[in-house]
Design a protein around this ligand. Structure first.
Ligand SMILES: Cc1ncc(COP(=O)(O)O)c(C=O)c1O
Length: 376
């Protein structure tokens, strides 16, 4: 049905009407005092969301832009970068660092597992000459639906002395991120996730330690330049023409988040994720990440039942119920499907998604009742 689309993918996520209406207005001049007042509020509220006293830079780019910003402003060719890889997105750090000419070493975990802090510690303890300059990691691996314990991982990196670089693309605004308290050096994110606005803005915050490293970077980025961003934050502006409409929408969603409160936002996501996991299991479905302790609060990956294909499930969900679910990525394509539940999501959405999924599976010949009996 027209205009009934319901995104259950892990980004872009649904956008509240307040933000949509804000975007529908004529864009204003980005060098106007009116826009500076908006930027000032947005910058302040981003610090609150990132739980940091440091500046948060806003780029007109997708999340990968902020990932590239981090690597290109910090890493010099030949620098040793240790990349903790648990899926498709955490792998991206290693790819970008290799492009910058870094000497990249990966610690690969099986997809569906989290990075093991003990393994990281063991590797960094071996690095007695402190050759490893950076450790990249992901908070919430969207391709598998796993959440890393970045508090533990960043502490280990801090004790070693390297700079931690974290992908917080699907964690900020959904699960707790305490940048300063947890000693995160650099964290990035993107607008089409927990921020509840469409794609097109990316965010990056860096610690004082990371800033010093930037100052020694021989060929930093031009468009994503940290120095230009910092100067602009101080002046309540952006270095270049930003996506004004998205920033106006972001002001609204940040206000909504402040009104809800961080703890309530995190509790809502945790509660909805548990309801989603419980509901899927009650349908007799197998979760890709069985361990609830590492299962993401933002996205859940599910195996299709035997004999029913992921494309058929996605097609029927979309055609019959206007619900869009995501396929698995790369080696998980057609092996799992993924349901996003981050940002502007409520219990009604979870119930709708589960009910529609059950009806979809029945249409495709699956009998949830038989599966439930078989499970007993
Ligand atoms: C965890 C994670 N990192 C990075 C990205 C890349 O972001 P973008 O597609 O906005 O460049 C995504 C996008 O889904 C993601 O989920």
């Amino acid at each position: 049905m027209k205009d009934k689309l319901f995104l259950m993918i892990p980004g872009p996520t649904p956008v509240p009407e307040t933000a949509l209406l804000a975007m529908a207005k004529h864009p204003i001049g980005h060098r106007s005092s009116e826009f500076s007042a908006i930027m000032k509020e947005v910058y302040q509220n981003l610090k609150w969301l990132f739980q940091t006293k440091e500046d948060v830079f806003v780029y007109t780019a997708s999340g990968t832009g902020a990932m590239e910003a981090a690597i290109f402003n910090l890493v010099n060719p030949g620098d040793k970068v240790l990349s903790l890889v648990i899926g498709n997105f955490s792998k991206r750090w290693a790819e970008i660092a290799a492009m910058k000419g870094a000497d990249v070493e990966k610690i690969d975990s099986e997809w569906g597992q989290a990075s093991d802090p003990a393994v990281l510690k063991q590797r960094l303890d071996q690095d007695v000459n402190k050759e490893i300059k950076f450790v990249t990691m992901i908070h919430n691996e969207t391709s598998t639906g796993v959440t890393n314990d970045i508090q533990a991982l960043c502490k280990i990196v801090q004790e070693h002395g390297a700079v931690s670089i974290v992908d917080g693309v699907t964690s900020l605004g959904a699960i707790p991120v305490k940048m300063d308290e947890w000693g995160i050096d650099v964290i990035v994110s993107g607008s089409q996730k927990g921020f509840m606005i469409p794609p097109g803005l990316a965010f990056l915050a860096c610690s004082k330690k990371a800033w010093e490293v930037y100052e020694n970077c021989k060929n930093p980025s031009f468009y994503f330049n940290f120095g230009a961003c910092k100067k602009s934050v101080a002046e309540d502006t952006t270095p270049y023409t930003p996506n004004v409409s998205l920033i106006v929408a972001l002001r609204e969603t940040l206000r909504m988040m402040k009104e809800e409160g961080l703890e309530n936002i995190y509790n809502r996501h945790a509660d909805l994720a548990m309801k989603m996991r419980t509901g899927l299991r009650a349908l007799g479905l197998k979760l890709f990440v069985e361990d609830d302790r590492i299962g993401s609060k933002a996205i859940t990956s599910v195996y299709p039942p035997d004999g029913i294909s992921v494309p058929d499930i996605r097609k029927t969900l979309s055609k019959t119920y206007d619900i869009i679910a995501a396929n698995g990525q790369s080696k998980l394509q057609d092996k799992i499907f993924r349901l996003g539940h981050l940002g502007f999501v409520s219990e009604r959405d979870i119930i709708t998604a589960l009910g529609s999924l059950e009806a979809t599976l029945i249409k495709l010949g699956y009998n949830p009742k038989r599966e439930k009996t078989a499970l007993k």
